[in-house]
Design a binder for this molecule. Structure first.
Ligand code: FUC
Length: 793
């Protein structure tokens, strides 16, 4: 297979980054030399993997664009008069910290907090600006603004570097001395802002003991930067602007005059540590934040940008997707117009669809990196101290959905924050669980959860088993037995122990889950299908884990016996899969949660091949539930229909999720689900799970591997008649490339990362073989083996 051709849709390479050296003379002002010691950085417009607009953003939720390096995230507005950079750090939480040693029994969940903003006043009146463009290049994870004003071409790039641990903004122009203005740093908790040595600082403390600090260091080439206190002059280039967001400006600021270019480096952190034995409190962030910023400044702009792009692309470019070509006249439109056209005129825009899939991967890389907390309801991005549902870790679908694409879309490393989070709450959750359930082993969680083990609102008994599925999947895809033995298996086992102690045995021997609730409707009772199916999944994963380890046979046999006795899914009076043990499902119920179909996705108890009758009942339930709903609910339905092998219906759901909407208030019903013009998923309001659930859905439509084999193109819609995907991951440690034409497979390449036996299926054909670690297997349209990928036919 021509891998180069497949990669065509990921066409912008790092080499496109051109370092344009403007004609800047020596710093004649006598001011501090730019310690970066390198010239300005400009990059060219990106290819099709970008979101772009012809106006600055006004609305945070629907228009601003996200960047992030895992723990640190920002939303960029692209202003010409004033630029706003609203930023977050993922551990800044209000509320209690669960400390088992001194558990006070308090359960104040608090909320994920906003950190602050950077406001940069340029004074370039938008009415007089021409050739404006702002874009988010998701192939390089770089945000870029360009425009002309007063005969000068202005250029600004911003990115969040994971290796450097900071956010960097370079502003440059095609004429010297073009920049004058003011920079403010603000704090969402009223901390004092201090300014010294071209650096703004906010240092604060929340009531719960979390200490935090942000620093913004400003470096200039040419001109001068100076600290200002008090109100700015009433007019002129550094006057205090009326900002449209009504953000109160602190007294301290930095003003810059006649600069050729300016580089801003933002760092922020808290003293949160993912360790309850330290009451979740570590060192004050001052040292680490200072070190990150100063080290970034020493690196120089060229190295910073190159390292950032290299690090990001090492994850992003593992996977490419080509779903066809969009007409040039559509491609010429900006992203908002394309979404509008797609929604209102039912436009055929396969490149927009591919972009939306990749945007989910971009978001996961940007908000979920090793050593940090997992993605919350809005990833890492949040502008409010009272966000919807506390911007929490919601255990009854939302946190899990965030991680559905992690393995299949080749971002296993981004799964690790969830796995670490689960590890971090095991012990405190066990104490919580015993308080509620009495003398049980193991643990589970309530529905709403914070970063520090506080669990709140309704108990979600199978919540921990659903988390455990993610620990299992990380092994199922990655095949790392050491990880399974040390990390995943102990969690699987202790969650099984919770159910050993908690399941109720009926006189006829059937095991039922007591006190359940199908999220989030119906009565609280035993034998709820959602609970039963997740426990079944937990037991299955644990059994397979013990088998993979060749260990713990007695326990495994015991769990097999328990699984056999579980109450199984039931078929109701209208042919539906029953949500509850009594046959009370209402065919008119269009509730957003479809929890009783867990066994179809993300579980594997129900498959079209092994349980066709149950699969049919799932189809009946899904049909009755209808398609319209909240964003994440639509995303779940894409995955359900893909598992049912109905590509056209999955595609219909995908289109309905890619509907441009503007509703920002909380709506639970059928209205308002879709995407905003910045492609953030709308629940509404913005909730990132729908973005991630959608990306998982694309993968599920193209390759499935949950039933012991790699099934190619199991739910290919008519709309995607010709295309290609590379780097899609399958269980068993395989990477899969697939090309298809006129709706038929043309070629597949399987790369074996773990040397496991492999079985591939397409239509009625199968290919089965042992594989070698690192080997590549090329299969033709009938799954005939054609040698390794390097061998030509
Ligand atoms: C559950 C859902 C809501 C929303 C919230 C975060 O309560 O029912 O739709 O997703 O989580």
């Amino acid at each position: 297979m021509n891998r180069g051709a497949l990669l065509k849709c990921v066409c912008v390479s790092i080499s496109v980054i051109s370092l344009i050296i403007p004609a800047i003379g020596a710093d004649a002002s006598g001011n501090r030399q730019n310690p970066l010691g390198e010239k300005d950085v400009q990059i060219e417009a990106s290819g099709e993997l970008s979101l772009w607009y012809d106006q600055p953003a006004k609305s945070w939720m629907t228009e601003a664009l996200p960047i992030g390096n895992g723990p640190l995230g920002a939303m960029l507005f692209g202003g010409t008069d004033i630029e706003r950079v609203q930023f977050n750090e993922i551990s800044l939480w209000s509320g209690d910290r669960l400390d088992p040693a001194q558990d006070t029994g308090e359960d104040n969940l608090g909320a994920y907090q906003a950190f602050g903003d950077i406001l940069i006043y340029f004074g370039h009146d938008l009415a007089k600006v021409t050739d404006y463009r702002r874009e988010l290049d998701i192939d390089r994870a770089v945000h870029r603004v360009v425009y002309e004003y007063n005969g000068v071409r202005y250029h600004r790039i911003t990115y969040a570097s994971n290796p450097a641990g900071v956010i960097v903004m370079h502003i440059t122009a095609d004429k010297p001395a073009a920049y004058s203005g003011r920079i403010w740093l603000t704090d969402m908790h009223g901390a004092e802002i201090t300014a010294a040595e071209n650096r703004l600082r906010s240092v604060g403390r929340l009531e719960n003991g979390f200490e935090y600090e942000a620093q913004l260091r400003v470096l200039n080439q040419g001109g001068e930067v100076e600290v200002k206190h008090g109100d700015a002059a009433p007019s002129g280039s550094d006057c205090a602007p009326e900002n449209p967001w009504k953000i109160a400006l602190p007294s301290a600021s930095l003003s810059f005059h006649n600069c050729d270019s300016v580089t801003l480096i933002l760092g922020a952190g808290t003293n949160f540590v993912q360790d309850h034995t330290q009451q979740w409190l570590g060192e004050h962030p001052h040292g680490a934040v200072t070190e990150r910023i100063d080290s970034a400044a020493r690196h120089g702009v060229k190295t910073l940008l190159t390292e950032h792009v290299r690090n990001y692309q090492s994850l992003f470019r593992r996977f490419s997707l080509n779903l066809g070509t969009t007409a040039p006249e559509l491609l010429a439109k900006n992203t908002r117009e394309r979404l509008e056209n797609y929604t209102k005129n039912h436009a055929v825009d396969p490149e927009l669809e591919a972009l939306f899939c990749q945007f989910g991967r971009y978001l996961l890389i940007s908000c979920s990196r090793g050593g940090s907390l997992p993605a919350n309801l809005q990833g890492v991005w949040n502008e409010s101290n009272q966000p919807a549902w506390a911007c929490d870790y919601h255990s009854n679908i939302n946190l899990e959905m965030n991680y559905w694409p992690a393995e299949s879309a080749n971002l296993a490393e981004c799964h690790v924050p969830l796995i670490d989070y689960v590890q971090s709450i095991r012990e405190v959750s066990a104490i919580n669980t015993r308080k509620h359930y009495g003398n049980v082993r193991g643990w589970t969680v309530q529905t709403m959860n914070n970063a520090c083990g506080i669990s709140f609102w309704k108990w979600n008994p199978p919540g921990s088993a659903w988390y455990a599925q993610h620990l299992w999947e990380h092994f199922a895809f990655g095949c790392d037995k050491e990880y399974l033995r040390r990390t995943a298996y102990p969690v699987l086992k202790e969650v099984c122990q919770f159910w050993e102690d908690h399941l109720k045995r009926r006189p006829d021997g059937t095991l039922v889950t007591p006190d359940g609730w199908s999220p989030e409707h119906g009565p609280e009772e035993e034998g709820v299908t959602y609970d039963q199916e997740i426990v079944y999944d937990l037991f299955t994963n644990t059994i397979e884990a013990a088998e993979a380890l060749g260990d713990d046979q007695e326990f495994r046999d015991h769990i097999i016996a328990l699984r056999d006795s579980l109450l199984k899914p039931k078929i109701g009076r209208w042919g539906q899969l029953q949500e509850w043990e009594p046959d009370r499902d209402d065919p008119k119920d269009n509730h957003r949660h479809i929890s009783h179909l867990f066994a179809l996705y993300p579980g594997r108890q129900i498959t079209v091949a092994t349980t066709p009758t149950l699969a049919e009942t799932a189809r009946v339930s899904l049909d009755a539930r209808g398609d319209e709903s909240t964003g994440w609910s639509r995303a779940w339905k894409i995955n359900f229909w893909a598992r049912l092998g109905d590509g056209d219906r999955a595609y219909k759901l995908l289109r309905s999720l890619l509907t441009l909407v503007s509703e920002t208030e909380t709506i639970y019903g059928q209205r308002g689900g879709g995407v905003y013009s910045n492609m953030f998923d709308s629940h509404p309001p913005f909730q990132i799970d729908g973005n991630f659930g959608a990306t998982a859905g694309y993968c599920e439509m193209l390759v499935q591997s949950h039933a012991g084999q790699i099934h190619l193109l199991p739910a290919l819609p008519l709309a995607w008649s010709t295309g290609a995907v590379t780097g899609l991951c399958a269980r068993g440690g395989f990477e899969v490339d697939v090309t298809w034409k006129d709706g038929r497979l043309t070629m597949a390449v399987i790369r074996s990362k773990s040397g496991q036996p492999c079985r591939v299926m397409y239509g009625h054909n199968t290919w089965e073989s042992n594989t070698e670690v690192g080997a590549t297997y090329r299969l033709d349209h009938n799954l005939n083996y054609k040698g390794d990928a390097a061998v030509k036919e």
